[in-house]
Design a binder for this molecule. Structure first.
Ligand code: LLP
Length: 418
């Protein structure tokens, strides 16, 4: 990986030794490479060269303000799913006209707030949401720009918890009901139909599901326009996977070369495009530095107990996800197989299983591919403060979030009256 790599025996993030970051900011610690994020973005930008396309970073992957700032400054819009995420876009100085609002459960208050701020598009997920959005817009005497999320019913061939475009899913409007739903939307005075969107799942590593979904969406655009409703933009969602453990997803530019060829062949090459990538922009730009606390040899297993845990890195516990784990200081000593686990009181608190490591207490490890869906899904379980975050910008390291103290974790609580 060009931004997280060994020089001699030392792990570096760009030009900064990981050991120095651990020393300066303490562990456990999230560290992100700004250059890695911009490289990942550049692959999409190359793919869309000469096209009309807007990249809306799906900020649920990692919504730390400085990260949003990097993407905002690079020209990205944002895909949001809550008023909280909308407030983050504002705080980071993002362009509100480039915000799209996804999610199956938008509240009236969230709709009102987003309409007042003038976001670019609501990605509506159901017929009843359309009706409510229409009412809210009329009450504010505005028109809400809408796209309808359609469910293309293709199998993204990924983990069942993160595949979203199949029939049995809670997301989107069924393919067969799409034309009707668009006709309804076009007849509602508080709505202005601007686009169509889909999102078939996450950590997708194959091109075919995307090609199939594109065909299904283009079929619908043709049918909807024939029914008299013009579609200005096509939002193709996110979902492109990253390499966690020898995965071989296509590069973003290679994927889009295939998809654009299809768009061209079907006469949609000049359509305004939008995408909502999350993981592929930040996942491999981040690591989590953690210190080995104890080694606990056992009859069946050896445990390597580290100071990061499932509340900081929930993906293994939630999805049995794999994250690479490497030493900050490489060693030539004999390796032993360990389950790498955290201090949380649950058997599900593991970060890696059966990893060959040559480590001693006090050594530091780096959990790889920790830029996406780690910090943003972390919790205070066991009253563990959330981690500090550092953004490496070439040779500089910026603390972009300080470590939570115990007091921070209960600052919103009240004791009962005496
Ligand atoms: N657009 C919509 C409507 C989405 O629901 C998502 C992700 C994205 C875009 C961005 O997808 P990405 O490019 O990041 O794959 N927590 C899980 C992943 C959940 C994804 C949810 N939706 C994980 O850690 O693997």
């Amino acid at each position: 990986h060009p931004h997280v790599l060994y020089r001699d025996d030392q792990l570096f993030v760009d030009q900064v030794p990981a050991a120095q970051l651990a020393e300066q900011f303490g562990t456990p610690l999230f560290v992100y490479s700004k250059a890695a994020m911009l490289d990942a973005l550049a692959a999409y930008q190359r793919g869309f060269a000469g096209r009309r396309a807007q990249i809306c970073y799906a900020m649920k992957a990692n919504s730390s303000l400085a990260i949003l700032q990097v993407f905002a400054q690079a020209g990205c819009g944002f895909d949001i799913v809550s008023a909280g995420e909308l407030a983050r876009v504002q705080a980071a100085g993002g362009d509100l006209s480039k915000v799209i609002f996804s999610g199956v459960g938008k509240t009236r208050a969230e709709m009102r707030q987003a309409l007042q701020l003038g976001i670019g598009c609501f990605n509506v997920e159901s017929e009843s949401e359309l009706e409510v959005l229409n009412e809210v817009a009329l009450s504010l005497q505005v028109q809400a720009p809408v796209s309808i999320r359609v469910n293309p019913n293709v199998d993204p061939k990924t983990h069942p918890y993160i595949s979203t475009g199949l029939k049995g899913n809670k997301f989107g409007v069924a393919h067969d009901r799409a034309v009707q739903t668009y006709q309804r939307a076009a007849g509602l005075p508080g709505l202005r139909v601007v686009g169509i969107d889909c999102h078939i799942g996450s950590q997708i590593t194959q091109v075919d599901p995307y090609l199939d979904a594109m065909d299904r969406i283009l079929d619908l655009v043709e049918a909807i326009e024939q029914a008299g409703v013009p579609i200005h933009h096509i939002d193709f969602g996110g979902g492109l996977g990253i390499n966690y453990n020898g995965d071989t997803p296509p590069e973003a530019d290679a994927l889009w070369a295939r998809l654009l060829a299809k768009l061209d062949a079907r006469g949609f090459g000049q359509r305004q495009l939008m995408i909502e990538p999350g993981r592929s922009l930040v996942g491999n730009a981040g690591i989590c530095l953690t210190e080995v606390l104890y080694l606990k040899p056992g009859e069946q297993k050896n445990f390597c107990i580290v100071d990061a845990a499932m509340n900081d890195l929930p993906r293994p516990a939630m999805y049995e996800a794999f994250h690479g784990i490497v030493p900050v200081q490489a060693s030539r000593a004999q390796a032993t197989l360990y389950d790498v686990v955290g201090p949380v009181c649950e058997s599900g608190d593991w970060i890696g299983r059966e990893r060959a490591l040559a480590v001693q207490p006090g050594d530091q490890l780096a959990v790889l591919s920790a830029g996406a869906y780690c910090m943003s899904m972390s919790s205070n379980y066991n009253t563990r403060g959330r981690l500090a975050e550092v953004l490496v910008d070439e040779a500089g390291a910026h603390l972009i979030r300080r470590r939570e103290t115990a007091q921070d974790t209960f600052a919103l609580e009240n004791l009962l009256p005496a």
